[in-house]
Ligand binder design. Structure first.
Ligand SMILES: [Zn+2]
Length: 285
């Protein structure tokens, strides 16, 4: 699932390519992702012009000269491409737009869970949950004090809160593990057991992890001026590295699978939390 580092990298790439360029022919190939009628996209996008690409939480926003915004939430498996029109079309390519200059913008989504909207620039609130979601992690208004204050109404395991869009947007399962490792906080610790200093350290860790990961992601997704995004998170320090040594202390990293989510952490660096057995079991013979 793309999180802030992936989306920021894609945004930076598109900002070198798209602003000022006109949209040519548009194809809507696989319907379930279109939350605005596909016909409207096909008929009204051609001739419109890209502005500066923005990001809000897990949405990439493509503001257009017509004062509308193409807003895409890639959810679990959505990905973006910017390629020669002759490049092989991935099976689950949903949206294709020719772009002035000869390249093609493509949105591919293997599980078709992403959401594509075309709304007026002042109508983003019409997108479900837009208005009720919390601030973006990188929003300057989300200061350390605001972070601590925003946490007040939540209880339960800290990882669950970190990944709750209603509290903060942009953090998903993978980077929440990295953030908690960085802050040396156990993912299952109830928030009520964390001190204010813990919460402040967690905020700093969240920003540090995003700043650390973004250039690493960028280097892995852009090649020869082409964007062909695949999730390559081989730089991670704990997430999905169960059994491997913790880069800080050498303890074997623990991995717990619950509710179809994998949580990885170091029991030495991130002590506490309820007693939970590792899910890493030897493969059946
Ligand atoms: Zn450790």
């Amino acid at each position: 699932m793309p999180e802030i580092p992936e989306l920021e990298s894609i945004r930076a790439f598109f900002n070198e390519q798209l602003p000022g360029r006109t949209i040519g022919e548009v194809q809507t190939r696989i319907p379930p992702v279109f939350r605005t009628p596909a016909k409207e996209l096909r008929e009204t996008l051609p001739g419109d012009r890209f502005g500066e690409v923005l990001r809000h939480g897990k949405f990439l926003l493509f503001p257009l000269a017509s004062e509308r915004v193409l807003a895409i939430n890639p959810m679990l498996t959505g990905r973006f491409q910017y390629l020669d029109p002759a490049a092989k079309m991935a099976a689950k390519t949903c949206l294709v737009a020719d772009v002035e200059g000869g390249q093609q913008f493509r949105y591919v989504d293997d599980r078709l869970m992403g959401k594509v909207y075309l709304v007026g620039a002042k109508e983003l609130d019409a997108i479900p949950n837009w208005a009720t979601n919390g601030p973006d992690l990188l929003d300057p208004a989300l200061t350390e004090d605001a972070w601590v204050a925003g946490m007040k109404r939540y209880r339960g395991a800290i990882k669950g809160i970190l990944t709750k869009a209603e509290f903060v947007q942009g953090i998903g399962n993978a980077y929440s593990d990295e953030i908690l490792w960085e802050a040396q906080i156990n993912p299952y610790t109830p928030k009520t057991q964390l001190s204010e200093e813990d919460l402040r350290r967690l905020h700093r860790a969240a920003l540090d992890v995003m700043a650390w990961a973004t250039p690493l992601v960028r280097g892995r997704m852009v090649k020869d001026g082409k964007l062909d995004y695949e999730e390559r998170r081989d730089f991670m320090r704990v997430h999905r590295l169960g059994g491997k040594p913790c880069p800080r202390c050498g303890t074997a990293i623990s991995e717990i699978t619950a509710n179809q989510r994998i949580t990885s952490f170091c029991r030495t660096c991130q002590p506490g939390g309820p007693a939970m057995k590792d899910s890493l079991v030897p493969a059946k013979p």
